[in-house]
Design a protein around this ligand. Sequence first.
Ligand code: C5P
Length: 221
Amino acid sequence: ERIPVICIDGPTASGKGTIAAEVAHRLGYGILDSGALYRIAGLAARRAGIEIDPAHEAEIAALVHRLPIRFTPAQQILLGDEDIGQAIRSEAAGMDASRVSALPAVREALVALQLDFQRLPGLVADGRDMGTVIFPTAPLKVYLIASAECRAARRHKQLISKGISANITALRADLEARDARDMSRSVAPLKPAPDALLLDGSELSIEQVVEQVLQWWQERQ
Ligand code: C5P
């Protein structure tokens, strides 16, 4: 049986995670936060003291193959027995993730794990290459964008609410640098799938974006 997958791709801090979680919740579907996998890969490389660069690609890929990554039903992210949900959320971890994700062998090492998330009744997958590489036949692909100004402001608010201090100008520079790297890499670059529907959330509320995605999904049933 074909398992329905909704892909939500787009640049850093466009709201993908929030929208994916809410859409999955409304439909009773599972969720794949693929960015978390690259964040874990980056964290693991750093902890192992391996420089994240092409010279260490095979070494990092081998490390990633062995990582005991688990997602609990309560959406906790475990590495072995350690809950690393917090550790992977920093901006530095995002930048490490972006660097590690540009290495083809590391991406390859995470494919099977991502495909394994396809379970009934369905899956909402968010990331950069869900619609282009991992689930190319998914019936609904959304490419969610928002202005850099708006994304930096949201990320700033998010960090502050978690008690993490942040500078909005630095955040904007960071996310633009990360997008530039994600769009220009040779494997699975960030870009909309040919059949993706473009959605600009800059002027929309979370609820409005969720409603639009659900409406598109309904039109496909
Ligand atoms: O979405 P998130 O900010 O957690 O992703 C962190 C980084 O992981 C991204 O900047 C991107 O480089 C990488 N990534 C990727 N492919 C995905 C998801 C994330 O290359 N499907």
